[in-house]
Design a protein around this ligand. Structure first.
Ligand code: TYC
Length: 105
């Protein structure tokens, strides 16, 4: 049992000094090019799902069109997975084959 003095001074009490708060891993979400999805629809997806401005959305869409894939955003795992699901859902609803992928940073 600790003496009154030990309790008062904190002597003998172990202090955890290591910082336990870790930043979660991040994932890049990419849009992939295809021959059928319209440019307007891709810009719409980038604006509504990835919160890009019209200018940013157009630049990313054109980059994907030219280079095959492009960065839509960087998120924690669960959010990245949800973004991808949402893109695949709205694309399917609109009969477009637009696809997304994710890669750990
Ligand atoms: N290549 C498409 C077209 O010519 C446009 C497009 C851009 C499709 C980006 C998908 O992720 C994409 N209509």
């Amino acid at each position: 049992m600790k003496t009154f003095n030990e309790l008062k001074t904190g002597e003998g009490i172990e202090v955890k000094e290591r910082q336990e708060i870790k930043t979660p891993p991040l994932y890049r979400v990419f849009l992939l090019n295809d021959d059928y999805t319209t440019m307007d629809f891709v810009v719409h997806v980038l604006e509504k799902i990835f919160h890009k401005t019209p200018v940013e959305a157009t630049q990313i869409m054109l980059h994907v069109h030219k280079n095959g894939k492009g960065l839509a955003g960087v998120y924690t795992c669960e959010i990245a997975e949800t973004k991808i699901e949402t893109v695949h859902e709205v694309s399917h609803q609109n009969s477009f084959p637009l696809k997304c992928s994710m890669e750990k940073e």
